[in-house]
Design a protein around this ligand. Structure first.
Ligand code: ADP
Ligand code: MG
Length: 700
């Protein structure tokens, strides 16, 4: 909110009364209610607050005199209140506060709605700063909803580049600004972890300066420099981290997994030929497995490019060598699917596969449930050769006899901690294959992950048709439903994804349940509809997916649980309700659930919104069919520092770095080289080392 919402400033106090690590709740003026609201934004300590950067700035840095005011210009003016009154407009339930402000060159009227207390806090004779835009109304020229602050406290909300913080969750901008302003002096205590040997030649400001500038930029130029610094930091830390990770890994001993002739047979028996990309990737992986150093490889391929079978080949080769393989999936639905796919693929071979999730424990070849304890025992004794599961695989009690290979599917869904748990604690260190659909632009990959091995599936399997993507406005709904009926008539399947509607309904269960009921009653009374959401018991989820796959319920209404990985080749329609509520990356993942066979498919982005920004995003999906182009669009259009909402579920979790910035990428690379030459172990810069170890981004 930019208007003069409240006149509150947090009471000033001795700056040394709190430290960077102090809880915000301990600060005078931040009561339990405000602390709770801050916590909603993940802001619990002073340091968190300082790290919460504005997403944009309102430029009120230009001061003007009343006589020079022009309609439509954003300015700040200094003046004296001559008159201020508040009244009720009785017909509309509205209170109107009006003030007359003069500055010697003239007077101007300022108007606020529903802020009657302004007339109580501001009195005639007060000298104030007013920031706003002169508008021409039927009542004449006036400033509508200008931000106002007393001249003696001035400089936070007016007369400058005014910070606007993202998603404030019931906190006013004024409150946040005032709180940040009180915390900023503590930046004095922050040590800059970036070595001078890097900072100087790269012409970067100190961390301290950068933080202060980002919150309250003295000028556009300084803001630019501050942003460059934090963007640099982001990329540089990832760069160093990946170099270090590789170095550590290279010191470790791994099991040497020889190439098995049976693997050739497995490939020859596939129902289709591998694409050249799959062949190449599998070959690179198998070569890595043959080394006595652990593999550290990323398999990157757009949704539907066929990563699973490549992982399957690697696991098979590992098992043939007498070692165990584990495949970690982010959702239960996906784990079950992988278990099925791989059980089928490996059916001709005497291999025991297990499925282990919170709710499901199974072995291939046995129809019923097996206890988790049985699976774990068999795993520890080496009787289970390959295990597929979710987080349950990470439990301490899940022990292996000789784990040779870990595959992590949809790696961006896991934290580094998770992956570490799976590979650490095993001697020798297992080989690691991570799979992702996140497209990483090449220039970035070279700089950041130059040390990481990447295999790429550039093309989809042959015969795939691009998914036709359409925006569906409310008036076109009936047409969309008709298309779904036709597709079902042809023996195909339809996904209908519902968004979260209320915040309290965190898993969207209610939205999906209601929509399922409505569609069944009003739209598809003669068709069978399944309902899938995360709250259902595991067994039921599996049945529902099975009914859908078989075609018993050709329409599946679901929450976003089907976002990643789900593979039902007969599905030809993906309809996404409230599409504008999802991020580009998520929408692309949803769309990837169709177009998985030679049948033509459609993705319907159903929206009721007319917000241009949202529509621009949806239009991008219509325009670009591959993830790479979408990722570039995503990076181009989102503002730097736009760190909440869409971006967090976006393609790359970078807050500031703009990847199109070749100059910055080059600077990062050079800085890396500089440090390597001086001291490759980085021991010379303990603060930097500490910072890298805190870095949570992990490339693999
Ligand atoms: P993703 O890369 O998204 O994980 P999947 O591994 O789920 O993709 O594969 C998508 C679909 O393509 C699956 O139905 C799979 O059986 C099929 N598939 C994989 N490789 C090929 C191929 N070489 N030719 C034809 N179909 C393939
Ligand atoms: Mg997949």
């Amino acid at each position: 909110m930019i208007g003069g919402v409240d006149f509150c400033t947090v009471p000033s106090d001795n700056e040394f009364m709190f430290a960077l690590t102090s809880p915000l709740a301990d600060i005078k003026g931040v009561g339990p209610t405000l602390a709770k609201r801050l916590a909603k934004l993940n802001l619990t300590t002073v340091a968190d607050l300082l790290d919460h950067y504005p997403s944009r700035y309102e430029d009120f840095s230009r001061f003007a005199r009343i006589a020079e005011l022009k309609v439509g210009e954003r300015v700040t003016l200094r003046g004296k209140i001559q008159l201020i009154t508040s009244r009720r407009a009785w017909r509309r339930k509205l209170s109107i506060t009006e003030a007359l402000v003069g500055d010697g060159t003239g007077t101007i009227k300022a108007v606020w709605f529903n802020q009657p207390y302004l007339a109580q806090t501001i009195k005639p004779g007060n000298e104030v700063l007013l920031a706003g835009m002169l508008t021409s109304t039927s009542y004449g020229l006036q400033l509508e909803h200008p931000t106002i602050e007393p001249i003696e406290q001035g400089g936070l909300h007016t007369g400058r580049l005014v910070p606007i913080y993202p998603a404030t969750s019931q906190l006013t901008q004024r409150f946040l600004r005032a709180l940040v302003a009180r915390a900023l002096p503590l930046t004095k205590n922050i040590t800059d972890w970036l070595p001078l040997e890097v900072r100087k030649p790269a012409q970067l400001p100190t961390l301290n300066t950068a933080i202060n500038t980002l919150h309250f930029p003295p000028s556009r130029e300084q803001l630019q420099a501050a942003r460059r610094r934090v963007a640099f930091d982001e990329l540089f830390l990832i760069h160093l981290k990946s170099i270090q990770a590789k170095r550590t890994l290279h010191k470790k001993q791994a099991l040497t997994i020889p190439f098995s002739e049976d693997t050739k047979r497995l490939v020859a028996a596939l129902p289709w030929a591998l694409t050249n990309d799959q062949r190449q990737a599998a070959w690179e992986i198998l070569k890595d497995l043959g080394k006595d150093q652990p593999m550290f490889r990323l398999l990157q391929g757009d949704v539907g490019s066929g990563k699973t079978v490549v992982a399957g080949i690697a696991c098979f080769n590992c098992v043939q060598a007498g070692y165990q393989a584990a495949l970690l999936a982010p959702t239960e639905i996906l784990a079950v699917q992988h278990f099925r796919t791989l059980s089928q693929l490996l059916a001709p071979w005497p291999i025991t596969l297990a499925l282990l999730t919170q709710g499901q424990h199974r072995l291939n070849g046995e129809t019923g449930e097996v206890s988790a304890a049985t699976i774990k025992r068999k795993l520890a004794q080496g009787e289970v050769h390959m295990i597929i599961g979710t987080h349950a695989l990470l439990e301490k009690s899940t022990a292996f006899q000789s784990l040779g290979l870990v595959v992590v599917d949809e790696q961006h869904r896991f934290g580094v901690g998770h992956r570490q748990t799976l590979i650490s604690g095993h001697r020798p260190t297992p080989h690691l294959l991570s799979m992702t659909a996140t497209p990483i632009p090449r220039s970035l990959a070279l700089t950041l992950f130059g040390e990481l091995d990447v295999s790429v599936l550039h093309h989809l399997p042959p015969g795939r048709q691009p998914v036709a993507t359409r925006l569906i406005a409310p008036a076109e709904r009936e047409q969309a439903y008709e298309l779904m009926r036709q597709e079902v008539g042809k023996g195909n399947r339809v996904f209908i994804v519902c968004p979260l509607i209320e915040e309290s309904d965190t898993l969207g269960v209610r939205a999906a349940t209601a929509e399922h009921e409505r569609l069944g009653r009003e739209v598809f009374p003669h068709l069978k509809l399944g309902l899938l959401h995360g709250k259902l018991p595991a067994r039921e989820k599996a049945h529902i997916m099975e009914d859908f796959t078989r075609g018993a319920t050709p329409i599946l209404v679901s929450t976003s649980v089907v976002e990643v990985g789900v593979d039902v080749p007969e599905a030809t329609v993906m309809a996404i309700e409230g599409a504008e509520r999802f991020g580009v990356a998520q929408l692309h993942q949803f769309r990837g659930r169709v177009g998985r066979s030679e049948r033509p498919s459609t993705c319907l982005l159903m929206t009721e919104s007319a917000k241009p920004k949202g529509l621009e995003r949806l239009q991008a999906l219509v325009k670009y069919s591959n993830g790479f182009e979408l990722a570039e669009f995503d990076l181009r259009t989102r503002g730097p520092g736009d760190l909440l909402g869409e971006t967090q579920s976006g393609f790359l979790r970078l807050r500031f770095a703009e990847l199109a910035n070749a100059e910055l990428l080059k600077t990062v690379r050079q800085a890396g080289e500089t440090l390597s030459k001086l001291d490759a172990t980085l021991a010379r810069w303990p603060a930097l080392k500490a910072k890298i170890s805190q870095e949570t981004f992990h490339p693999e």
